[in-house]
Design a protein. Structure first.
Length: 166
């Protein structure tokens, strides 16, 4: 199963992105694709800034608060994405209990030196894998993952696939 980073979905939706074709191909052809609540939050932020949603609101006669969730549901169904929810808290010495993705990100940060949201995607992929989902690849368009590719493979037994133009 593949964990799909938000960047892949955004690239697939953006006709000006040079990786759009690669992103669409992954989203259409890969059978098992997992996303997390982080992906939903990031997509919500992107979608809320798009004029397209105003057109959707008018066409479907939606209440304001239903526009973004409706667009998210559409994308989940269109690309046959599986949404994995992560529950729980994990203790970190000195800090105490933290929401599990945050705790895992903190623990991984010393080894996997990525920006916060990228590190959180790795944490979510790990937690979904720990819950029994066979996550073996994290797919992204973010080239910063290149620097952490080997460490992610060694620590989490998970490949990183970075989409390129084409």
């Amino acid at each position: 199963m593949n964990y799909i980073d938000t960047s892949v979905i955004v690239a697939a939706l953006d006709p000006t992105d040079p990786r759009q074709k690669s992103a669409k191909m992954i989203l259409r052809e890969e059978r098992e694709k997992a996303i997390s609540e982080l992906v939903l939050a990031e997509l919500s932020s992107v979608l809320a800034r798009e004029e397209l949603l105003l057109e959707l609101k008018e066409k479907l006669d939606l209440r304001e608060e239903l526009i973004v969730p409706t667009a998210l549901l559409y994308l989940i169904k269109r690309f046959e994405l599986w949404y994995g929810r992560v529950n729980g808290y994990t203790k970190i010495p000195v800090l105490g209990e933290l929401y599990s993705p945050i705790s895992i990100a903190i623990n991984l940060s010393a080894n996997i030196k990525l920006k916060t949201l990228d590190l959180l995607h790795v944490a979510y992929a790990k937690l979904l894998k720990d819950k029994g989902k066979a996550i073996d690849t994290l797919i992204t368009v973010d080239e910063e993952f290149k620097s952490a590719e080997r460490i992610i493979k060694d620590l989490l037994d998970m490949k990183v696939q970075i989409l390129i133009s084409g």
